[in-house]
Ligand binder design. Structure first.
Ligand SMILES: [Zn+2]
Ligand SMILES: [Zn+2]
Length: 157
């Protein structure tokens, strides 16, 4: 289908790269990657399992989870929590995207990846650890909720 040309060319390219690195590409691996590339949004493990089933690939959630972890090791999926129970997975952006999540009203906004550059450098320099900060969620209070909270503290309401 025409509208899928870009993502299917991209899928073929990524799969060729994985094969060149000696990986075996099973149907669940191929389709999980395909679903993530095509949908361009957050999906839970269970939602991905459902998409695979719609395409006739019947695997359990544990298999999908293992597949996602394998993709994560290959930096082809970014995992995070949005505070709603199940972790969500997305194809990593370039640059990656991150989230600010309000614990009071539940609003979610995006955070610029440039903020993480000094953190990556410091961790690498001080610990020799190479962090994959690809999809990070920071919980707290949004501007509106924080100002309400401080108003409440002063009991001015
Ligand atoms: Zn995200
Ligand atoms: Zn809020």
């Amino acid at each position: 289908m025409a509208e899928h040309d870009t993502s299917s060319a991209e899928l073929d390219r990524l799969i060729a790269e994985l094969r060149a690195r000696g990986h075996r590409i099973t149907l669940p691996r191929r389709w999980t990657l395909k679903v993530l590339l095509q949908e361009h949004r957050h999906l839970t493990c269970e939602q991905i399992r459902q998409r695979l089933e719609e395409h006739g690939i019947r695997v359990d959630e544990a298999t999908v989870y293992r597949t996602l972890q394998w993709l994560k090791q290959n930096r082809l999926v970014a995992q995070t929590t949005l505070g709603s129970g199940a972790d969500v997975f997305a194809f990593p952006g370039d640059p990656p995207h991150h989230h600010l999540i309000c614990l009071s009203c539940g609003s979610i906004s995006e955070l610029d990846d440039a903020l993480f550059a000094p953190l990556r450098e410091t961790i690498r320099a001080e610990q020799g650890f190479v962090p994959h900060i690809e999809h990070y969620s920071i919980f707290g209070l949004c501007r509106a909720c924080a100002s309400q909270e401080s108003a409440g503290e002063g009991q001015s309401v």
